[in-house]
Design a protein around this ligand. Structure first.
Ligand SMILES: Nc1ncnc2c1ncn2[C@@H]1O[C@H](COP(=O)(O)OP(=O)(O)O)[C@@H](O)[C@H]1O
Ligand SMILES: [Mg+2]
Length: 421
Protein backbone atom coordinates (compact mmCIF):
# COMPACT_ATOMS: atom_id res chain seq x y z
CA UNK A 1 0.00 0.00 0.00
CA UNK A 2 1.17 3.52 -0.82
CA UNK A 3 2.37 5.78 2.01
CA UNK A 4 -0.11 8.51 1.12
CA UNK A 5 -3.40 7.56 -0.52
CA UNK A 6 -5.59 10.38 -1.79
CA UNK A 7 -9.04 8.98 -2.50
CA UNK A 8 -11.56 11.03 -4.48
CA UNK A 9 -10.86 14.32 -2.74
CA UNK A 10 -13.15 17.21 -3.58
CA UNK A 11 -12.70 20.55 -1.88
CA UNK A 12 -15.14 23.41 -2.28
CA UNK A 13 -14.45 26.78 -0.65
CA UNK A 14 -17.40 28.94 0.39
CA UNK A 15 -20.29 29.20 2.81
CA UNK A 16 -22.18 25.99 2.09
CA UNK A 17 -19.75 23.59 0.40
CA UNK A 18 -21.72 20.47 1.33
CA UNK A 19 -24.75 21.85 -0.42
CA UNK A 20 -22.82 22.57 -3.62
CA UNK A 21 -21.11 19.17 -3.68
CA UNK A 22 -23.88 17.53 -5.70
CA UNK A 23 -23.46 20.11 -8.46
CA UNK A 24 -19.74 19.42 -8.66
CA UNK A 25 -20.37 15.69 -8.65
CA UNK A 26 -22.75 16.20 -11.55
CA UNK A 27 -19.91 17.75 -13.49
CA UNK A 28 -20.17 21.50 -12.85
CA UNK A 29 -16.77 23.08 -13.51
CA UNK A 30 -14.85 25.68 -11.54
CA UNK A 31 -15.99 28.75 -13.53
CA UNK A 32 -19.67 27.88 -13.53
CA UNK A 33 -19.64 27.00 -9.82
CA UNK A 34 -18.14 30.36 -8.99
CA UNK A 35 -20.55 32.27 -11.24
CA UNK A 36 -23.68 30.48 -10.02
CA UNK A 37 -22.98 29.78 -6.36
CA UNK A 38 -20.08 32.01 -5.35
CA UNK A 39 -18.16 28.92 -4.27
CA UNK A 40 -14.62 28.11 -5.42
CA UNK A 41 -13.80 24.64 -6.59
CA UNK A 42 -10.39 23.92 -5.06
CA UNK A 43 -10.13 20.25 -6.03
CA UNK A 44 -12.42 17.94 -7.92
CA UNK A 45 -12.33 14.17 -7.42
CA UNK A 46 -8.56 13.90 -7.07
CA UNK A 47 -7.13 10.43 -6.45
CA UNK A 48 -3.46 9.52 -6.33
CA UNK A 49 -0.96 7.35 -4.51
CA UNK A 50 2.40 8.47 -3.19
CA UNK A 51 4.89 5.71 -2.54
CA UNK A 52 7.33 5.67 0.32
CA UNK A 53 10.74 7.04 -0.66
CA UNK A 54 9.77 8.87 -3.82
CA UNK A 55 9.89 12.52 -4.79
CA UNK A 56 6.33 13.16 -5.87
CA UNK A 57 5.85 16.47 -7.66
CA UNK A 58 2.51 18.25 -7.88
CA UNK A 59 2.58 20.66 -10.78
CA UNK A 60 0.11 23.18 -12.13
CA UNK A 61 -0.41 26.86 -12.77
CA UNK A 62 -1.19 29.27 -9.98
CA UNK A 63 -4.66 28.60 -8.57
CA UNK A 64 -4.82 25.02 -9.87
CA UNK A 65 -5.18 23.58 -6.36
CA UNK A 66 -1.63 22.46 -5.49
CA UNK A 67 -1.48 24.03 -2.03
CA UNK A 68 -5.03 22.97 -1.31
CA UNK A 69 -4.09 19.38 -2.07
CA UNK A 70 -0.91 19.30 0.00
CA UNK A 71 -2.65 20.95 2.98
CA UNK A 72 -5.03 18.02 3.12
CA UNK A 73 -2.11 15.73 3.90
CA UNK A 74 -1.48 17.17 7.36
CA UNK A 75 -5.11 18.22 7.71
CA UNK A 76 -4.59 21.93 7.58
CA UNK A 77 -7.63 21.60 5.30
CA UNK A 78 -10.54 19.19 5.67
CA UNK A 79 -11.93 17.74 2.46
CA UNK A 80 -15.50 18.41 1.38
CA UNK A 81 -15.55 14.84 0.15
CA UNK A 82 -13.12 11.92 -0.04
CA UNK A 83 -10.39 10.43 2.13
CA UNK A 84 -6.68 10.80 2.84
CA UNK A 85 -4.86 7.78 4.19
CA UNK A 86 -1.33 8.02 5.52
CA UNK A 87 0.22 4.63 6.25
CA UNK A 88 -3.25 3.20 5.90
CA UNK A 89 -4.68 5.51 8.54
CA UNK A 90 -7.49 7.96 7.75
CA UNK A 91 -6.17 11.38 8.81
CA UNK A 92 -9.76 12.55 9.36
CA UNK A 93 -10.09 9.97 12.13
CA UNK A 94 -7.14 11.30 14.16
CA UNK A 95 -7.92 12.80 17.55
CA UNK A 96 -6.56 16.28 18.31
CA UNK A 97 -3.70 14.79 20.28
CA UNK A 98 -2.89 12.29 17.54
CA UNK A 99 -3.03 15.01 14.93
CA UNK A 100 -0.59 17.14 16.91
CA UNK A 101 1.81 14.22 17.19
CA UNK A 102 1.37 13.42 13.54
CA UNK A 103 2.25 16.98 12.48
CA UNK A 104 5.28 17.11 14.75
CA UNK A 105 6.76 13.74 13.94
CA UNK A 106 5.50 12.45 10.59
CA UNK A 107 5.45 15.47 8.29
CA UNK A 108 7.47 18.62 8.07
CA UNK A 109 6.91 21.48 5.75
CA UNK A 110 9.19 23.81 3.77
CA UNK A 111 7.55 27.02 2.58
CA UNK A 112 8.10 29.30 -0.39
CA UNK A 113 8.78 32.34 1.78
CA UNK A 114 11.08 30.30 4.02
CA UNK A 115 8.95 30.96 7.13
CA UNK A 116 11.93 31.62 9.37
CA UNK A 117 11.65 33.41 12.69
CA UNK A 118 13.52 36.71 12.26
CA UNK A 119 14.56 37.11 15.90
CA UNK A 120 16.05 33.66 16.15
CA UNK A 121 19.46 32.65 14.91
CA UNK A 122 20.01 29.99 12.27
CA UNK A 123 20.73 27.47 15.01
CA UNK A 124 17.57 28.37 16.93
CA UNK A 125 15.46 28.27 13.80
CA UNK A 126 16.73 24.84 12.82
CA UNK A 127 16.32 23.53 16.37
CA UNK A 128 12.77 24.88 16.60
CA UNK A 129 10.96 21.71 15.47
CA UNK A 130 12.93 19.72 18.03
CA UNK A 131 12.12 22.23 20.74
CA UNK A 132 8.42 21.71 19.96
CA UNK A 133 9.00 17.96 20.20
CA UNK A 134 10.31 18.56 23.73
CA UNK A 135 13.92 17.55 23.09
CA UNK A 136 16.52 18.86 25.54
CA UNK A 137 18.51 21.93 24.52
CA UNK A 138 21.93 20.30 24.22
CA UNK A 139 20.56 17.43 22.15
CA UNK A 140 18.53 19.58 19.82
CA UNK A 141 21.47 21.88 19.22
CA UNK A 142 23.73 18.96 18.38
CA UNK A 143 21.17 17.68 15.87
CA UNK A 144 20.57 21.17 14.47
CA UNK A 145 24.30 21.69 13.95
CA UNK A 146 24.53 18.45 11.99
CA UNK A 147 21.76 19.50 9.63
CA UNK A 148 23.16 23.00 9.25
CA UNK A 149 26.42 21.34 8.23
CA UNK A 150 24.60 18.98 5.83
CA UNK A 151 22.91 21.79 3.92
CA UNK A 152 26.23 23.64 3.65
CA UNK A 153 25.68 26.38 6.21
CA UNK A 154 28.37 25.45 8.71
CA UNK A 155 29.71 28.64 10.30
CA UNK A 156 26.43 30.54 9.99
CA UNK A 157 24.82 29.11 13.15
CA UNK A 158 24.67 32.42 14.97
CA UNK A 159 23.58 34.64 12.10
CA UNK A 160 20.03 35.93 11.80
CA UNK A 161 17.86 35.20 8.72
CA UNK A 162 18.06 38.79 7.50
CA UNK A 163 21.84 38.45 7.25
CA UNK A 164 21.51 35.60 4.76
CA UNK A 165 20.75 35.47 1.04
CA UNK A 166 17.49 33.90 -0.19
CA UNK A 167 19.18 30.65 -1.09
CA UNK A 168 20.82 30.42 2.32
CA UNK A 169 17.55 31.21 4.07
CA UNK A 170 15.87 28.38 2.20
CA UNK A 171 18.70 26.05 3.23
CA UNK A 172 17.83 26.97 6.82
CA UNK A 173 14.19 26.12 6.07
CA UNK A 174 15.26 22.79 4.64
CA UNK A 175 17.56 22.02 7.58
CA UNK A 176 14.74 22.84 9.99
CA UNK A 177 12.38 20.45 8.21
CA UNK A 178 14.99 17.69 8.05
CA UNK A 179 16.01 18.08 11.70
CA UNK A 180 12.59 16.94 12.94
CA UNK A 181 13.33 13.53 11.41
CA UNK A 182 9.84 13.39 9.91
CA UNK A 183 9.73 10.81 7.13
CA UNK A 184 7.47 12.95 4.94
CA UNK A 185 8.64 16.31 3.66
CA UNK A 186 6.07 18.69 2.19
CA UNK A 187 7.64 21.41 0.06
CA UNK A 188 5.23 24.05 -1.25
CA UNK A 189 6.96 26.04 -4.02
CA UNK A 190 10.00 25.89 -1.79
CA UNK A 191 12.40 27.02 -4.53
CA UNK A 192 10.11 29.34 -6.46
CA UNK A 193 11.34 32.53 -4.83
CA UNK A 194 14.99 31.80 -5.60
CA UNK A 195 17.10 33.11 -8.48
CA UNK A 196 17.50 30.58 -11.31
CA UNK A 197 21.10 29.64 -10.56
CA UNK A 198 20.56 29.22 -6.81
CA UNK A 199 17.37 27.41 -7.57
CA UNK A 200 19.06 24.83 -9.74
CA UNK A 201 21.73 24.36 -7.06
CA UNK A 202 18.99 23.72 -4.51
CA UNK A 203 17.33 21.20 -6.84
CA UNK A 204 20.62 19.34 -7.17
CA UNK A 205 21.17 19.44 -3.43
CA UNK A 206 17.70 18.10 -2.73
CA UNK A 207 18.14 15.20 -5.15
CA UNK A 208 21.57 14.47 -3.66
CA UNK A 209 20.24 14.57 -0.10
CA UNK A 210 17.35 12.34 -1.05
CA UNK A 211 19.74 9.68 -2.33
CA UNK A 212 21.04 9.40 1.23
CA UNK A 213 17.88 10.10 3.22
CA UNK A 214 15.14 8.26 1.29
CA UNK A 215 12.41 10.50 2.65
CA UNK A 216 9.05 10.74 0.99
CA UNK A 217 9.01 14.20 -0.53
CA UNK A 218 5.91 15.90 -1.86
CA UNK A 219 7.16 18.83 -3.87
CA UNK A 220 4.93 21.52 -5.34
CA UNK A 221 6.00 23.63 -8.27
CA UNK A 222 4.49 25.58 -11.15
CA UNK A 223 7.65 24.98 -13.16
CA UNK A 224 7.75 21.98 -15.47
CA UNK A 225 11.53 21.95 -15.81
CA UNK A 226 11.84 21.76 -12.05
CA UNK A 227 9.24 18.99 -11.93
CA UNK A 228 11.03 16.95 -14.58
CA UNK A 229 14.37 17.48 -12.95
CA UNK A 230 13.57 16.29 -9.47
CA UNK A 231 10.37 14.25 -9.73
CA UNK A 232 10.20 10.48 -9.65
CA UNK A 233 6.55 11.02 -10.38
CA UNK A 234 4.63 14.09 -11.47
CA UNK A 235 0.95 14.90 -11.00
CA UNK A 236 -0.43 17.67 -13.18
CA UNK A 237 -3.38 19.69 -11.88
CA UNK A 238 -5.61 21.99 -13.91
CA UNK A 239 -8.46 23.94 -12.30
CA UNK A 240 -8.60 21.48 -9.42
CA UNK A 241 -8.73 18.44 -11.69
CA UNK A 242 -5.92 15.95 -12.10
CA UNK A 243 -4.82 15.78 -15.75
CA UNK A 244 -2.15 13.13 -15.44
CA UNK A 245 0.12 11.30 -13.03
CA UNK A 246 3.26 9.74 -14.45
CA UNK A 247 7.01 9.47 -14.52
CA UNK A 248 8.87 12.24 -16.38
CA UNK A 249 9.22 10.11 -19.55
CA UNK A 250 5.54 9.20 -19.42
CA UNK A 251 4.54 12.84 -19.12
CA UNK A 252 6.85 13.80 -21.99
CA UNK A 253 6.18 10.93 -24.35
CA UNK A 254 2.55 10.20 -23.60
CA UNK A 255 0.84 13.43 -22.49
CA UNK A 256 -2.70 12.54 -21.41
CA UNK A 257 -4.47 15.58 -22.85
CA UNK A 258 -3.98 18.82 -24.79
CA UNK A 259 -3.21 20.69 -21.60
CA UNK A 260 -0.26 18.48 -20.72
CA UNK A 261 0.79 18.39 -24.39
CA UNK A 262 0.96 22.20 -24.45
CA UNK A 263 2.99 22.15 -21.24
CA UNK A 264 5.61 19.71 -22.48
CA UNK A 265 5.94 21.06 -26.03
CA UNK A 266 8.93 23.28 -25.35
CA UNK A 267 10.84 20.93 -23.10
CA UNK A 268 14.30 19.91 -24.26
CA UNK A 269 13.64 16.19 -24.33
CA UNK A 270 17.27 15.23 -24.87
CA UNK A 271 18.12 16.80 -21.55
CA UNK A 272 15.31 15.15 -19.61
CA UNK A 273 14.99 11.65 -21.02
CA UNK A 274 17.54 9.06 -20.01
CA UNK A 275 18.72 6.28 -22.29
CA UNK A 276 16.73 3.63 -20.44
CA UNK A 277 13.53 5.02 -21.95
CA UNK A 278 14.81 4.52 -25.49
CA UNK A 279 17.05 1.46 -25.44
CA UNK A 280 16.09 -1.83 -27.05
CA UNK A 281 17.16 -5.39 -26.36
CA UNK A 282 20.28 -6.31 -28.36
CA UNK A 283 19.59 -8.50 -31.37
CA UNK A 284 22.31 -10.99 -30.44
CA UNK A 285 23.56 -11.51 -26.93
CA UNK A 286 26.48 -13.89 -26.63
CA UNK A 287 26.94 -15.44 -23.21
CA UNK A 288 29.85 -17.83 -23.81
CA UNK A 289 33.49 -17.64 -24.79
CA UNK A 290 33.36 -19.70 -27.99
CA UNK A 291 34.21 -17.76 -31.11
CA UNK A 292 33.06 -20.35 -33.65
CA UNK A 293 29.73 -20.74 -31.90
CA UNK A 294 29.30 -16.96 -31.67
CA UNK A 295 29.95 -16.62 -35.40
CA UNK A 296 27.41 -19.35 -36.14
CA UNK A 297 24.84 -17.61 -33.90
CA UNK A 298 25.29 -14.32 -35.67
CA UNK A 299 25.04 -15.91 -39.11
CA UNK A 300 21.91 -17.74 -38.06
CA UNK A 301 20.33 -14.48 -36.85
CA UNK A 302 21.75 -12.63 -39.86
CA UNK A 303 23.16 -9.93 -37.56
CA UNK A 304 26.34 -7.95 -38.06
CA UNK A 305 26.88 -7.13 -34.39
CA UNK A 306 26.92 -9.30 -31.29
CA UNK A 307 27.05 -8.21 -27.64
CA UNK A 308 29.29 -10.36 -25.47
CA UNK A 309 28.39 -10.90 -21.83
CA UNK A 310 30.34 -12.87 -19.22
CA UNK A 311 28.51 -13.68 -15.99
CA UNK A 312 26.04 -10.87 -16.76
CA UNK A 313 28.88 -8.38 -17.17
CA UNK A 314 29.25 -6.68 -20.54
CA UNK A 315 32.56 -7.58 -22.21
CA UNK A 316 32.21 -5.85 -25.57
CA UNK A 317 30.98 -5.92 -29.12
CA UNK A 318 32.00 -8.28 -31.90
CA UNK A 319 31.21 -8.04 -35.59
CA UNK A 320 30.37 -10.96 -37.80
CA UNK A 321 33.09 -9.84 -40.16
CA UNK A 322 35.71 -9.62 -37.40
CA UNK A 323 34.82 -13.05 -36.06
CA UNK A 324 34.91 -14.62 -39.52
CA UNK A 325 38.39 -13.21 -40.05
CA UNK A 326 39.68 -14.54 -36.70
CA UNK A 327 38.11 -17.96 -37.14
CA UNK A 328 39.66 -18.27 -40.61
CA UNK A 329 43.16 -17.78 -39.19
CA UNK A 330 45.15 -20.96 -38.55
CA UNK A 331 45.48 -22.22 -34.96
CA UNK A 332 43.14 -21.84 -31.98
CA UNK A 333 40.81 -18.85 -31.89
CA UNK A 334 41.46 -16.30 -29.12
CA UNK A 335 39.12 -15.75 -26.18
CA UNK A 336 35.93 -14.03 -27.25
CA UNK A 337 35.87 -12.09 -23.97
CA UNK A 338 39.29 -10.63 -24.68
CA UNK A 339 38.57 -10.09 -28.37
CA UNK A 340 35.33 -8.13 -27.87
CA UNK A 341 35.62 -4.35 -28.13
CA UNK A 342 34.32 -2.60 -25.02
CA UNK A 343 35.51 0.89 -25.89
CA UNK A 344 32.03 2.30 -26.55
CA UNK A 345 29.22 2.15 -24.04
CA UNK A 346 26.84 4.58 -22.41
CA UNK A 347 25.60 4.46 -18.86
CA UNK A 348 22.00 3.67 -18.06
CA UNK A 349 21.56 6.95 -16.21
CA UNK A 350 22.86 9.14 -19.04
CA UNK A 351 20.55 11.61 -20.66
CA UNK A 352 20.01 11.34 -24.39
CA UNK A 353 21.99 14.53 -24.76
CA UNK A 354 24.97 12.95 -23.02
CA UNK A 355 24.68 9.76 -25.03
CA UNK A 356 24.17 11.42 -28.39
CA UNK A 357 27.82 11.88 -29.48
CA UNK A 358 28.73 8.24 -28.75
CA UNK A 359 25.58 7.02 -30.45
CA UNK A 360 26.17 9.06 -33.58
CA UNK A 361 29.83 8.12 -33.88
CA UNK A 362 29.33 4.40 -33.60
CA UNK A 363 28.16 2.49 -36.67
CA UNK A 364 26.31 -0.03 -34.50
CA UNK A 365 23.70 0.21 -31.75
CA UNK A 366 25.67 1.39 -28.70
CA UNK A 367 25.54 -0.82 -25.59
CA UNK A 368 23.87 0.58 -22.48
CA UNK A 369 25.42 -0.65 -19.25
CA UNK A 370 24.41 -0.07 -15.65
CA UNK A 371 26.66 0.76 -12.73
CA UNK A 372 27.62 -2.82 -11.98
CA UNK A 373 28.59 -3.44 -15.60
CA UNK A 374 25.54 -5.38 -16.77
CA UNK A 375 24.32 -4.97 -20.33
CA UNK A 376 20.85 -3.43 -20.14
CA UNK A 377 20.08 -2.74 -23.80
CA UNK A 378 21.33 -1.03 -26.92
CA UNK A 379 20.77 2.39 -28.36
CA UNK A 380 20.56 3.40 -32.01
CA UNK A 381 20.38 6.91 -33.48
CA UNK A 382 17.05 6.11 -35.19
CA UNK A 383 15.40 5.26 -31.89
CA UNK A 384 16.77 8.39 -30.32
CA UNK A 385 15.53 10.49 -33.21
CA UNK A 386 12.02 9.16 -32.87
CA UNK A 387 11.59 10.28 -29.25
CA UNK A 388 13.42 13.56 -29.72
CA UNK A 389 10.95 14.72 -32.36
CA UNK A 390 8.32 16.92 -30.71
CA UNK A 391 4.80 15.49 -31.00
CA UNK A 392 3.39 18.10 -33.41
CA UNK A 393 6.07 17.26 -35.95
CA UNK A 394 5.22 13.61 -35.79
CA UNK A 395 2.83 12.05 -38.26
CA UNK A 396 0.22 9.70 -36.83
CA UNK A 397 2.33 6.76 -37.91
CA UNK A 398 5.33 8.16 -36.02
CA UNK A 399 3.24 8.73 -32.94
CA UNK A 400 2.18 5.09 -32.96
CA UNK A 401 5.80 4.14 -33.39
CA UNK A 402 6.76 6.20 -30.34
CA UNK A 403 4.15 4.47 -28.21
CA UNK A 404 5.42 1.12 -29.35
CA UNK A 405 8.93 2.29 -28.49
CA UNK A 406 7.88 3.25 -24.99
CA UNK A 407 6.38 -0.21 -24.54
CA UNK A 408 9.45 -1.89 -25.94
CA UNK A 409 11.71 0.13 -23.68
CA UNK A 410 9.81 -1.42 -20.80
CA UNK A 411 10.64 -4.88 -22.04
CA UNK A 412 14.28 -3.98 -22.58
CA UNK A 413 14.85 -4.81 -18.92
CA UNK A 414 17.43 -7.53 -18.35
CA UNK A 415 14.96 -10.34 -17.79
CA UNK A 416 13.64 -9.78 -21.30
CA UNK A 417 16.98 -9.92 -23.06
CA UNK A 418 17.11 -12.64 -25.63
CA UNK A 419 19.76 -15.28 -25.14
CA UNK A 420 21.40 -16.23 -28.41
CA UNK A 421 23.21 -19.20 -26.95
N1 LIG B 1 -9.20 29.54 1.92
C1 LIG B 1 -9.69 29.70 0.67
N2 LIG B 1 -10.89 30.28 0.46
C2 LIG B 1 -11.39 30.41 -0.78
N3 LIG B 1 -10.79 30.01 -1.89
C3 LIG B 1 -9.59 29.42 -1.76
C4 LIG B 1 -8.96 29.24 -0.47
N4 LIG B 1 -7.78 28.61 -0.66
C5 LIG B 1 -7.65 28.42 -1.99
N5 LIG B 1 -8.74 28.91 -2.64
C6 LIG B 1 -8.97 28.83 -4.10
O1 LIG B 1 -8.79 27.48 -4.51
C7 LIG B 1 -8.10 27.44 -5.74
C8 LIG B 1 -6.81 26.66 -5.56
O2 LIG B 1 -5.91 27.44 -4.78
P1 LIG B 1 -4.48 26.94 -4.35
O3 LIG B 1 -4.57 25.55 -3.86
O4 LIG B 1 -3.89 27.95 -3.45
O5 LIG B 1 -3.72 26.94 -5.77
P2 LIG B 1 -2.16 26.82 -6.09
O6 LIG B 1 -1.45 26.42 -4.83
O7 LIG B 1 -2.10 25.78 -7.16
O8 LIG B 1 -1.73 28.15 -6.59
C9 LIG B 1 -7.89 28.87 -6.18
O9 LIG B 1 -8.93 29.22 -7.06
C10 LIG B 1 -7.98 29.64 -4.88
O10 LIG B 1 -8.44 30.94 -5.12
MG1 LIG C 1 0.06 27.39 -3.82
Amino acid sequence: MALIEVQNITKIFGKTPDKELAKVKNGMGKDQLLAETDHTLGLHDVSLSIEKGEIFVIMGLSGSGKSTLIRHFNRLIDPTDGHILVDGEDVMALSDKELEDFRRHRMSMVFQRFGLMPHRTVLQNVAYGLEVQGIAKADRETTAREWIETVGLGGFEHQYPSQLSGGMQQRVGLARALATDADILLMDEAFSALDPLIRSQMQDQLVELQEKLHKTIVFITHDLDEALRIGDKIAILKDGVLSQVGTPPEILLEPADDYVRAFVRDVNRARVLTVDTVMQPPAVRITHDNMEKALADMRRHDEDFGYVVEDKEFRGIVTQEGLAEEVAKPGDSPSLYAFADDSNAVELESTLEEALPTTLEADYPVPVVCEDGRLMGVLSPEEMGSVLTPPEEQTDADAEGAEEKAEKAETAKPHALKEAS
